[in-house]
Design a binder for this molecule. Sequence first.
Ligand SMILES: Nc1ncnc2c1ncn2[C@@H]1O[C@H](COP(=O)(O)OP(=O)(O)OP(=O)(O)O)[C@@H](O)[C@H]1O
Ligand SMILES: [Mg+2]
Length: 305
Amino acid sequence: MSTPALEAHALRKEFGSNVAVRELTLTVPEGEVFGFLGPNGAGKTTSMKMLLGLVRPTSGDGRILGRRLGDPRGRARVGYLPEHFAFHEWLEGRELLRYHARLLGLPSRGLDNLVEERLRRVDLEGAASRRVREYSKGMKQRLGLAQALLGEPALVFLDEPTSGLDPLGRRLVRDVIRELRAEGTSVFLNSHLLSEVEITCDRVAFVKDGRVVREMRLGEEERDLEVEMRLDRPAAGLTDGLSRFGRDARSDGDRLLLRVDSEDLVPEITRWLAGEGVGLYRLAARRPSLEEIFLEVIGDAPVVG
Ligand SMILES: Nc1ncnc2c1ncn2[C@@H]1O[C@H](COP(=O)(O)OP(=O)(O)OP(=O)(O)O)[C@@H](O)[C@H]1O
Ligand SMILES: [Mg+2]
């Protein structure tokens, strides 16, 4: 098996008496686009910084690209777009990328071409000669993304890459992530934009109070199908009878909800309802969105100290 892009073993970070990350244990295989999801303050940025070797763990350990956390040989192959990217605002966009390319130790031969290619990739070639201080928030974010991709990284950490972006900018980031995946680059993504995560990530972990409470592959087949029915009468009396077809039968006025394993059960359910003399106004079978799962997981997950 190939070396995982990253591994974390019981990583913990305390800031004084505040536990920012309780116990992070996680493996991201090579080439995976991985989404790290959780509410504000859950410890996502701190986790990312520990993996990058920018914050020293209180305890636990991990590896990125097979190297111990903080090892320069691992870091040399990593790209990072921080949540709050501090720019040299007096530089032009192009100069800033050249500066970062030199900091990375990239050879000067081919460097100009590389910088122009990255500017094009984030749609900033027209603004390359303007000073960063004149850039809008979204332009800065795209410049930060170009910076993260300079060194042909094998693993890219993106902390809220679309937070300042309009729909076009978000699509650009999505396309960049898809290109990275096609090239075999691993991506570790923090994002609150779950609709974006849903279409870009292979797998996600939900983190709450500094601990992973659920991991999930984003293939539809792994999500429960939910059938929603609207009836001609109060639905409460029917939940027991419907339970034979699925799980979690719930009623809410004339609405009935049921989780099922397969769409093939839908005709059986309608036949059963008709047999009971129930009039059916509406029936819809759908899979819950990532946002709904997020609210369920983050809302209900027990927190153990
Ligand atoms: N340098 C620091 N010193 C003290 N406390 C910190 C520091 N950095 C983070 N924290 C605390 O650690 C906890 C986790 O913060 P973190 O920034 O990792 O959350 P996050 O999941 O990235 O949140 P967001 O979604 O808002 O970006 C918070 O309680 C925060 O106040
Ligand atoms: Mg954060």
